[in-house]
Design a protein around this ligand. Structure first.
Ligand code: AMP
Ligand code: ZN
Length: 136
């Protein structure tokens, strides 16, 4: 399979690994959106969050606080974003990965959380809630 992260996991192409255990690898994102930007990936190839079962999810997500705290200890950022992109428009590598992006006061990285609360009434929230709930 032609997956760049599988190649990194196997050591077929170089990377800057910061952590590895039997289930996951964490390595520096080559783009370094901010200093310390790290990816956590499962060793098992799954495309995205929809393909993860609960067991794999728990094995991968358990690494998040471990790596986040290491980044915090190293660079003392003002904050840290945990981001996972699935499918379009933002997923560019089809092997599940979690971005840990430490934040600094001058980092120029923007996440646009738009508050649309005034466009929704209680009935809208109920409808949305019930539709999602039915599919769990
Ligand atoms: P996403 O856009 O969420 O799919 O993120 C994919 C990330 O993988 C991007 O931030 C890339 O910079 C990163 N990336 C791609 N190739 C490599 C590589 N060879 N080593 C480290 N990071 C990579
Ligand atoms: Zn892969």
């Amino acid at each position: 399979m032609d997956c760049i992260f599988c190649k990194i996991i196997k050591g077929d192409i170089p990377s800057y690994k910061v952590y590895e255990d039997e289930n996951v690898v964490a390595f520096l994102d080559i783009s370094q959106i901010t200093k310390g930007h790290t990816l956590i990936v499962p060793k098992k190839h799954v495309k995205n969050v929809y393909e993860m079962d609960e067991s794999l999810a728990s094995k991968v997500f358990v690494a998040v606080p471990k790596i986040a705290n290491a980044i915090k200890k190293t660079y003392n950022p003002i904050g840290l974003n945990v981001i996972n992109n699935n499918e379009k428009p933002h997923q560019s590598v089809d092997h599940f990965h979690i971005h840990l992006i430490p934040r600094y006061s001058d980092d120029n990285f923007k996440i646009n959380f738009i508050n649309r609360q005034e466009q929704f009434n209680p009935e809208d929230y109920e409808n949305i809630r019930n539709k999602i709930k039915r599919n769990i």
